[in-house]
Each structure stands twice: as C-alpha cells, then as structure tokens.
Design a binder for this molecule. Structure first.
Ligand SMILES: [Zn+2]
Length: 79
C-alpha cells in the first residue's frame, strides 16, 4: 500500500521533546539539523515513519533517539 497511513503515534509529545532539545542547541551544533528535520517531518505528518520501509518506528526507539528516521530493522540494529 502506497497511501501513508494516518500517523498513530502522538507526535505532540515528540514535538515538545524535540523543540526543547532544539532550544538547548546552538544552530551550528551537530544534531541541530537532525532536530530541524525531525520537526519538519512532524509538520508534514511523516514523523515516526521509517524512511526505508515506511513502517512505524517503535516508540521506545523514538524516545531514545527522537531524530531517528529508520526503524530498528532498517537502522541495522539487533533487536
Ligand atoms: Zn524500516
């Protein structure tokens, strides 16, 4: 199926988290780009969707790494 499914993870929570992280980072700091990108993805409604397989990224993974764009499997991590 090509249709993006409605995003089921409450992105509000992650938006708050990312914005808080963003405020602590100077613009040039490593990671600031990734946070901006994640915030953009929230606005566009793709946040939490793996860019490779388009499945939802595990919430625990998102909490540990809110800027990740791949699910555990596509990120090449065990478990
Ligand atoms: Zn994936």
């Amino acid at each position: 199926m090509r249709t993006p499914h409605p995003y089921s993870v409450p992105s509000y929570e992650f938006r708050m988290l990312l914005e808080a992280q963003r405020k602590r980072l100077p613009a040039a700091e490593v990671g600031a780009d990734a946070i901006d990108e994640a915030l953009r993805r929230i606005q566009q409604g793709h946040y939490g969707i793996c860019i490779r397989c388009t499945r939802e990224i595990d919430r625990g993974r998102l909490k540990a790494a809110p800027t990740t764009q791949t699910c555990r499997r596509c990120g090449g991590e065990a478990g």
